[in-house]
Design a protein around this ligand. Structure first.
Ligand SMILES: Cc1cc2nc3c(=O)[nH]c(=O)nc-3n(C[C@H](O)[C@H](O)[C@H](O)COP(=O)(O)OP(=O)(O)OC[C@H]3O[C@@H](n4cnc5c(N)ncnc54)[C@H](O)[C@@H]3O)c2cc1C
Length: 402
């Protein structure tokens, strides 16, 4: 046991930080979870109308779902609502090629599941409630960090100070902690803004996720649970900045028409859209995820284009690996902030994260290329890919985290 207020302080109780605190349950380390937002769990509307869904949703792969099941946080999500998707249709909006994925090709029942972000946070915080070895500090904002005590001293905006042997930054893409601690990052603008909204369809979505690629950016339609004869999807429409600004400025009916035209009849007609929100997209990767007594996880360590829905899936794997290494350190009598312990985490995660980021960048560039030969090759490649069963299965297994 290290001296100081806590062995481990996790900063940020989004999905990654809450999952880490939960994964450290019973580890023998004393843990504090510090969150700048409200202390109460997010409210979850029972109704299923256009305006009742969280506009932020994630496509979780089976590996992430299993991890949340192991943490004891999945049943609350499933009891509330989520939507498995069993098929996926990907097509080239500037050509005619189309690739279909089906869960049966992987021997599984589903390719993944669509979950509202606030349902995940709520389930994780519910599972954390009453955890005896956890201090829940919210709303509290970390405003500074400096060496002190057994590792680091955190200054909170309320005036309180905390000492910890290990501080984990799970404070999101803009990670104030990463900046305060001086972790260098490599980053660039994708030049895209993601427009997210909930849409109502005039027919069932058939548990299918759709993805249309075009030279101005990808459009994803992700199935949501329906209500009687009402059918919903969440959209993530990434477009170049100028086009995204135009789309965000349209009135609701004009936006609905623009979206319907972009969907090219897949899935069904769009009858209504919720208000939209735009997220600027930036690729970011911390050169190192660790320093003595400090670690970055999930979006604080890396952000990636949402085109293949992998950001949080990678982040949850960071959490699973870091928690396993910290449990191992406890058994071996090592301090949680020991650099050798933290480096084992970094070694296991950096390669996979970088590989996925490179793949997403390649995809984005391939579909942005305006040259006719590249377009022709892309279209032909997609057709070949659709028929190349072993290759397709390999890609599906990787995306599903199998
Ligand atoms: C449009 C879009 C679509 C996406 N779709 C998918 C998808 O389909 N599948 C997928 O896997 N991923 C997806 N992602 C990525 C996914 O949303 C993120 O990876 C994930 O939400 C990051 O979670 P996090 O816990 O790391 O960060 P956050 O959710 O940002 O949580 C950070 C927390 O830290 C707190 N905090 C910040 N600063 C401080 C401070 N100084 N002191 C205390 N607390 C602080 C914040 O209040 C917040 O609660 C998508 C992303 C976008 C933008």
């Amino acid at each position: 046991m290290s001296r100081g207020d806590f062995d481990i302080v996790v900063v940020g109780a989004g999905i990654a930080g809450s999952a880490l605190a939960l994964a450290l349950r019973g580890s023998g380390w004393s843990v504090a979870l510090v969150e700048a937002g409200p202390a109460a769990r997010p409210e979850l509307p029972a109704e299923r109308g256009l305006l009742d869904f969280d506009r932020r949703v994630v496509a979780l792969n089976p590996r992430s779902r299993r991890f949340l099941q192991d943490l004891g946080a999945w049943s609350a999500v499933a009891d509330y609502r989520c939507c498995p998707y069993r098929h996926m249709t990907v097509w080239d909006g500037d050509g005619t090629a189309c690739v279909e994925f089906d869960a049966s090709e992987t021997g599984g029942e589903e390719l993944g599941v669509i979950v509202e972000n606030r349902a995940l946070v709520s389930a994780l915080l519910e599972a954390l409630a009453g955890q005896r070895d956890l201090a829940w500090l919210a709303p509290e904002t970390v405003s500074d960090i400096r060496p002190g005590g057994p590792g680091w001293q955190l200054q909170l905006a309320s005036g309180r100070r905390l000492e910890a042997a290990l501080v984990v930054a799970a404070d999101g893409a803009l990670s104030p902690l990463r900046e305060l601690a001086g972790f260098p990052t490599r980053e660039w603008d994708y030049g895209h803004r993601a427009i997210v909204a909930t849409v109502e369809l005039d027919g069932p979505h058939g548990d299918t996720a759709w993805q249309r690629f075009s030279d101005t950016g990808p459009l994803a339609l992700l199935p949501l649970p329906g209500s009687g004869e009402r059918h919903f999807c969440s959209i993530v429409w990434s477009q170049r900045e100028a086009r995204a600004a135009e789309l965000l400025a349209l009135d609701d009916e004009a936006f609905r028409r623009a979206l319907e035209a972009a969907c090219e009849g897949r899935p069904a007609g769009i009858v209504a859209c919720s208000p939209r929100v735009g997220f600027p997209l930036r690729q970011r990767h911390a050169r190192d995820y660790v320093q003595p007594g400090l670690a970055l996880v999930a979006d604080a360590a890396h952000t990636i284009h949402p085109l293949a829905g992998q950001g949080l899936n990678l982040g949850l794997q960071d959490v699973a690996v870091l928690a396993a290494e910290l449990q191992r350190a406890q058994r071996r009598g090592l301090a949680p902030g020991d650099l050798a312990v933290l480096r084992r985490y970094q070694r296991q995660r950096k390669g996979e994260n970088l590989l996925m980021m490179a793949a997403m960048e390649g995809f984005k560039r391939l579909f942005e290329a305006p040259e006719p030969p590249v377009r022709w090759l892309r279209n032909s490649g997609m057709r070949l890919f659709q028929r190349a069963t072993p290759l397709k299965q390999q890609v599906m297994h990787r995306a599903m985290g199998l």
